[in-house]
Design a protein around this ligand. Structure first.
Ligand code: GLY
Length: 324
């Protein structure tokens, strides 16, 4: 098929503490690379940016390693409530769902809501929409997440967030990698430039874990997921920090106003680092530049630039920005 534009894709499975060695890195790679391959194949077939983003988000939501869909963390009351957003850059249209339960792929609700007059639905409304769409009831809980919550209950919820995302890592061999109980923040995200030169971004999360009922994540806000015709961004990290920086919109607006993607990322991450934020982001621009940034130890991102797959799993700890 003749392509107008070389497609690009970057995905993430969260940001947080170090992966503790080769075992953790390899396990995360084994999760991220098949998603990159699938999404890139769809783009080569001519699928739209939104279709490719949704497919990538569904695959990451299905992977219990990540804190979204299956494997989402539990909130303080022992329930799972998930949030997701999709933004079509060309239409500059945001849709999302906040604190939805009992669904396999929260991103599917965001996709449906792209063409609805009411484009962001929360708990009761989202449950009603699930019923209307006749999506089967699905319990995303995993034994690991339940055990983390039970452990925290014993300790009277002294942690402010769950040990989430890439919880592999202790041990040198990917097959023997075990749960790392150090705090990690997580979410999944997919950002795509399709063969028509159109951008889209999607983000999905189980939230921070152990949070108060009704806490709203950045992932279903323009702070955490935003796109125009010029740039698209998905964020991960502590939602409150991402909201305070309005990070996704900040980067995208800078690029839309004429700054290069690299400059927009460098400036935004310098500001976030100066304010001791704990976060990360992945980004694409309409020219095909691919970027990532983090203030946390690691950002679990992988990309396809048309020639090869690469990742950010072994970057030095601390604030880093990269662009290719
Ligand atoms: N970034 C995900 C959350 O804090 O909810």
């Amino acid at each position: 098929m003749e392509l107008d534009v070389q497609p690009k894709v970057i995905i993430h499975g969260g940001a947080g503490s170090s992966l503790h060695g080769k075992g953790g890195v390899e396990a995360v790679r084994r999760s991220l690379y098949p998603v990159i391959e699938d999404v890139y194949a769809l783009l080569l077939e001519g699928k739209s940016a939104c279709e490719a983003v949704v497919r990538g988000c569904q695959m990451l939501e299905d992977d219990p390693l990540f804190n979204a869909g299956t494997g989402s963390v539990l909130q303080s009351d022992g329930q799972i409530r998930m949030s997701a957003a999709l933004m079509d850059g060309i239409a500059q249209r945001f849709s999302g769902t906040i604190n939805v339960s009992r669904v396999q792929h929260p991103i599917e609700l965001a996709l449906y809501l792209q063409n609805s007059p009411d484009r962001v639905l929360s708990d009761f409304g989202a449950a009603e929409l699930l019923r209307e769409l006749q999506l089967p009831s699905y319990d995303p809980i995993t034994e690991r997440r339940l055990n983390e919550w039970l452990q925290e209950r014993q300790e009277n919820f002294t942690k402010t967030m769950a040990a989430v995302v890439a919880e592999v890592g202790v041990g040198d061999d990917a097959d023997t990698a075990v749960v790392d109980t150090s705090a990690r923040r997580g979410t999944i995200g997919v950002v795509v430039l399709d063969s028509q030169g159109k951008l889209a971004s999607g983000t999905s999360t189980g939230g921070k874990g152990f949070e108060r009922i009704g806490r709203v994540s950045d992932s279903a806000m323009p702070a955490g997921n935003y796109a125009t015709a010029h740039a698209a961004v998905s964020c991960t990290g502590i939602g409150e920090d991402i909201i305070d920086e309005c990070l996704a919109a900040r980067i995208v607006v800078r690029v839309t106003d004429g700054m290069s993607l690299l400059d927009a990322m460098q400036r935004s991450f310098t500001e976030a680092s100066d304010r001791q934020r704990d976060l990360g982001a992945i980004a694409l621009d309409a020219s095909g530049a691919i970027a990532w940034g983090k203030t946390s130890d690691v950002i679990l991102a992988a990309f396809h630039n048309g020639d090869r797959i690469g990742d950010t799993l072994e970057l030095p700890v601390g604030t880093q920005v990269g662009c290719i």
